[in-house]
Design a protein around this ligand. Structure first.
Ligand code: ATP
Ligand code: MG
Length: 583
């Protein structure tokens, strides 16, 4: 366990945090109380689009910037809440005029353009279901996801359409319309120009009565451990978005917020679209891909105050040996949150040293719909820990007994399945077309996440690994994360991915794949040095016995190291589903 905790005092904060006393808020929190944060639909019920956009447009926030869009070529376009209300109303009217109904699936396949964000809210206004695809998917993964989710319409660009959709149009039988963001004219009855349709549409739209249990999003998981699963979410998820926006992202009225995730991944919708707007803050969207200088410039020029990103991006920033706070004015930045993969303690310490603030790790999944466990701005950060369960969330470490019951592990430091008590508002309602798998994820009254973790004596959770990735070596259970984090403490190591390689003698042998920082040579001597280094930190039983250097580790497009692929390649086995593999 780490002891380099980052303890914070009230005087450390630029703005007083929304949550100062964790225990007090956690113990008194009730989901029912969140209802009063929403004003509900005039026509009844609860609709994400109304709570995120329309209600602010009808308040004194009408002229506040809702979306600040930064284009790849340096363009900068802003939309106020009122403009967003009108644009999204037009989009909803377009869907309605095409006869697209409640519950029908509207897929998006688009770069991060304003129309993608307008479309998302417009789809929800029409009570249709948004299903975002990552724009860099190849035709195969697109087809598979569109077929399995019964796509009715697709929002995309001319270029993506020509390249990826047109060749397989006749395989998309149920697809009624393709809306092209940038086409000036309709191609035919089916392939339509969105600008033309928008021009003809009214900018007033009355959202139909929405049941909180109406389906809102269909989201595919990242495919890190296998075939991506279609996860079903409902409008009520907004309760979790509100709670996490308040306590984890610590939103205050004047925040400029930037979430770097693409809406093709759940972080990019829950936290790149819905949550900032539920809180009425300014949401910054950058069209371009990672570029360290550009990122620092955005943080500086747009006066970003709350920044939500991922470990893979942080590790890339770490690779550049610079002094960001001397080169850029980052004085508005007051909170950095990270999700998607375990955040190595080394990265948290780097943040304190180089960015002058801790990077806060938090944990959740496509299935949970929102953040469940987090390090909070006002609380002590334990580098390497995911933090503590949020208000309204009951988490536990459990062991499955194999007979449909579980035993809670209460002893600190002992690992087991990371489990959640079902019933939080953004809990997934189904795995699409796979009820059996859905049912199987609930055991003995708990949702079993598929991740292993342990809890320390103060209730902080520590990620051990995915259940699938755990290594059994000489009678020990080794979590890859622990080994990877130890290796990352060595100055030569940029990234590490650790697997168990089958071994007759010891069951599995701990093998590490390592990519090096600029300026380091992949020599045999360095291998020996790294093994020795890890042994000192972890002991001989846990330290890797083999090291292999790789220029780049295989990752999902959302930046997660694909250990299953490292393992399959090591063993000469088929690679399985690689639809989300980064090129
Ligand atoms: P698939 O389910 O298709 O294999 P995936 O699990 O990567 O893909 P997501 O729902 O995008 O799909 O990711 C959730 C998972 O990401 C978690 O179950 C966990 O393994 C990992 N994860 C997310 N945040 C963290 C974190 N802060 N620390 C450790 N692991 C994390
Ligand atoms: Mg998963």
């Amino acid at each position: 366990m780490q002891n380099n905790w980052i303890v914070k005092k009230k005087s450390d904060f630029l703005v007083e945090p929304n949550l100062l006393d964790y225990e007090k808020v956690y113990n008194s929190f009730k989901w029912e109380d969140v209802a009063k944060e929403f004003d509900g639909l005039p026509s009844g019920g609860l609709n994400i689009a109304h709570e995120a956009i329309d209600r602010h447009a009808d308040s004194d926030k009408a002229d506040k910037v809702a979306l600040l869009w930064l284009g790849e070529k340096g363009q900068k376009v802003s939309y106020t809440y009122m403009q967003m209300k009108k644009e999204t109303a037009k989009f909803a009217n377009v869907l309605k005029s095409l006869g697209i109904k409640k519950g029908e699936r509207i897929y998006t396949l688009s770069p991060r353009l304003p129309e993608l964000y307008i479309g998302a809210i417009g789809i929800l206004k029409n009570l249709s279901v948004m299903c975002p695809l990552f724009s860099q998917f190849g035709p195969g993964p697109i087809l598979q996801r569109m077929q399995s989710g019964d796509a009715t319409a697709l929002l995309t660009t001319q270029k993506l359409f020509n390249k990826k959709i047109r060749p397989m149009l006749n395989e998309l039988k149920g697809l009624k319309y393709i809306l092209l963001i940038d086409a000036e004219e309709d191609e035919n009855e089916i392939i339509r120009s969105l600008p033309k349709l928008m021009q003809e549409a009214s900018d007033e739209f009355e959202i139909p009565p929405t049941d909180p249990e109406d389906m809102s999003l269909l989201h595919f998981t990242s495919g890190t451990t296998g075939m991506p699963k279609g996860v079903v979410h409902v409008h009520k998820a907004i309760y979790t978005h509100w709670m996490t926006g308040k306590y984890v992202l610590d939103f205050h009225e004047h925040d400029n917020y930037w979430c770097t995730a693409d809406p093709g991944w759940v972080t990019g919708t829950s936290y790149g679209i819905i949550t900032p707007w539920v809180h009425g803050v300014t949401n910054i969207v950058d069209e371009s891909e990672f570029n360290a200088n550009r990122w620092y410039e955005i943080l500086q020029n747009e006066k970003v105050s709350v920044f939500y990103t991922a470990p893979t991006a942080i590790r890339r920033l770490m690779r550049i040996d610079n002094e960001p706070t001397e080169e850029y004015d980052l004085s508005h930045l007051r909170l950095i949150q990270s999700v998607g993969e375990p955040l190595n303690p080394e990265a948290v310490i780097w943040g304190v040293e180089k960015l002058k603030m801790a990077i806060h790790d938090n944990w959740w999944q496509t299935e949970t719909g929102g953040i469940m466990i987090a390090n909070l701005i006002s609380q002590t950060v334990r580098p390497g820990s995911m933090g503590r369960p949020l208000p309204g969330i009951t988490a536990a470490i459990v062991r499955q007994n194999g007979d449909g019951t579980v035993t809670e592990v209460t002893e600190p430091g002992k690992d087991g399945d990371l489990a959640l008590r079902p019933g939080w508002p953004s809990m997934f309602r189904a795995y699409l077309h796979n009820e059996e798998k859905y049912k199987k994820s609930f055991v003995g009254g708990w949702y079993i996440s598929g991740d292993l973790a342990y809890k320390d004596e103060d209730g902080y959770y520590w990620f051990v690994g995915r259940a699938d990735d755990i290594i059994k070596t000489s009678g020990h259970m080794v979590g890859p994360f622990e080994v990877e984090s130890a290796l990352m403490e060595h100055p030569a190591v940029a990234e590490a991915g650790v697997i168990g390689k089958p071994d007759e003698l010891i069951g599995q042998l701990v093998k590490a794949f390592v990519s090096l920082k600029h300026g380091y040579e992949p020599t045999e001597e360095l291998k020996r040095e790294l093994i020795g280094f890890a042994r000192k930190k972890l002991g001989a039983a846990v330290a890797p016995k083999e090291i292999e250097f790789q220029e780049k580790l295989p990752k999902t497009r959302s930046g997660k190291i694909m250990r299953r692929l490292l393992k399959a390649r090591e063993m000469g086995l088929p690679e399985g589903d690689t639809s989300t593999l980064e090129e």
